[in-house]
Design a protein around this ligand. Structure first.
Ligand SMILES: Cc1ncc(COP(=O)(O)O)c(C=O)c1O
Length: 437
């Protein structure tokens, strides 16, 4: 293998061009606050909160100390037919942060597991309500819901699907990206609410009695920041209500302050039946995910079983002590430092800085919402995605971490970001856009 060497060869890296990475490795060795440090000793300004996850910034002592304490007190205890205090406390705290009514919490270890858990819970709810024929799951083109078989089934990114088989019966709404009508929008695009009517079209095609649930990211992140058009999510909610369909918001990216509230559901005033989370739940310091479910739907499942286990689902590490401790310390930090308000406080500065790149070479769209920006580049002729990847590498070499996805650069810094760091991010990107071909 080109660039193969003993030290790097064994780790089969996820979502990575392994050969090219191992030929030109870029490594991070430590982190603090807004900065990573690279193996060649440089500070790297974190424009992406790691992978949309370290919302409170890196290596916060309040979190690392809580993890150390938990590890020394109770390294592991099962949560199958037994319990320990921390996940009960965390579930209660998390329930209080969710939109009213979504106060029953199932713990997982990742976003992918949260999605598959949510889909299974939706099927269990339909069955408990005597609607066992509702087995169809609806996702959306360009959606990303992790890499489990449930997640890739409802997901809409072709590279994540084409090699693998998916679950039968699923269908997809069209995506909402519309450069012709919505380019360079600040906040919610004006056009596209009618795309939610795709759900009605699928109801008319398949029959409501076959559809269990629809899952969408309130803002599609991984595909390159697609902000929902004005009225779109509301319309989805209405169609679900009319047709007995469970609405799942995948908030693995949008929860925990990214769009100016604990959840996008709260920020944007559309309340789903189930919310999936991960990433910012523990500030990514220990892997953990969660699924919040409306109480009456949870109760329907519990009440449908006369005795014994109500849901045959779970993970060895559901509610792991270290993750639970990290989650509790993280929620404390978010509250103490008012981090969920930061996206609103910084909105004008963030938008102005991002949209200042309008007119730069290669830039065909800029989208912003909360503390998120997507900068779409004109694809290089014959080499789609190459330009954004080159910009990603150039930014890293210049001390800035951004995310490249397709031909889009995504930014989502830790919520502790300061105004001068925002200026630095977009200032650097502006210069690099001039420099790359
Ligand atoms: C919306 C959404 N769902 C699910 C996932 C999968 O999360 P994980 O990588 O923790 O499995 C992601 C990851 O980025 C995501 O953005």
């Amino acid at each position: 293998m080109q660039g193969d060497n003993d030290q790097l060869a064994s780790f089969w890296m996820p979502f990575t061009a392994n050969r090219s990475y191992k030929a030109h490795p870029r490594q991070l060795v430590s982190a603090s606050g807004m900065y990573y440090r690279s193996s060649d000793g440089r500070e790297i300004l974190d424009g992406t909160a790691g992978l949309w996850c370290s919302n409170a910034g890196h290596c916060r002592p309040e979190i690392t100390e809580a993890i150390a304490k938990a590890a020394a007190t109770l390294d592991f205890a099962p949560t199958f037919q037994l319990g320990h205090p921390l996940p009960f406390e965390l579930a209660q705290r998390l329930a209080a942060l969710m939109p009213e009514g979504l106060d029953r919490i199932f713990f997982t270890n990742s976003g992918s597991e949260s999605v598959d858990t949510a889909l299974k819970i939706a099927l269990a709810i339909q069955r408990a309500k005597g609607q066992g024929a509702r087995t169809r799951l609806i996702g959306r083109e360009r959606g990303y819901h992790g890499t489990g078989f449930g997640g890739i089934t409802v997901g809409g990114l072709v590279n994540n699907r084409r090699v693998f088989s998916t679950l039968s019966g699923a269908d997809h709404l069209r995506h909402t990206h519309d450069l012709t009508r919505n380019a360079f929008t600040r906040g919610f695009p004006q056009h596209g609410a009618e795309l939610a009517d795709d759900l009605q079209r699928l109801v008319d095609l398949h029959g409501a009695e076959t559809i269990a649930a629809v899952i969408v990211e309130p803002m599609a992140g991984s595909t390159g920041v697609l902000v929902p058009p004005v009225g779109y999510l509301q319309r989805l909610r209405e169609i679900c209500d009319r047709n007995g369909i469970i609405l799942i918001f995948d908030e693995v990216i949008t929860a925990f302050g990214r769009v100016g509230a604990a959840t996008a559901a709260e920020a944007w005033g559309v309340i789903p039946d189930i919310i999936t989370m991960a990433k910012g739940l523990t500030n990514a310091a220990v892997p953990m995910g969660a699924v919040a479910v409306k109480r009456e739907l949870h109760d329907a499942v519990l009440d449908s079983v006369a005795g014994g286990i109500e849901l045959f689902h779970g993970y060895t590490y559901s509610g792991h002590p270290l993750a639970s401790a990290a989650g509790l310390a993280t929620l404390d930090l978010y509250a103490r430092d008012g981090l969920f308000d930061r996206a609103n406080d910084l909105a004008a500065c963030w938008e102005d800085a991002a949209h200042s790149l309008k007119g730069r070479r290669h830039v065909i769209d800029i989208r912003t919402i909360g503390l998120v920006a997507g900068i779409e580049l004109e694809p290089r002729r014959g080499a789609p995605t190459a330009r954004a990847m080159e910009l990603f590498h150039a930014a890293f070499d210049d001390g800035l971490l951004v995310r490249a996805t397709g031909d889009i650069i995504a930014l989502s810094p830790p919520l502790i970001v300061e105004k001068d760091q925002i200026d630095e991010m977009f200032g650097k990107l502006g210069e690099l856009l001039n420099a790359i071909e």
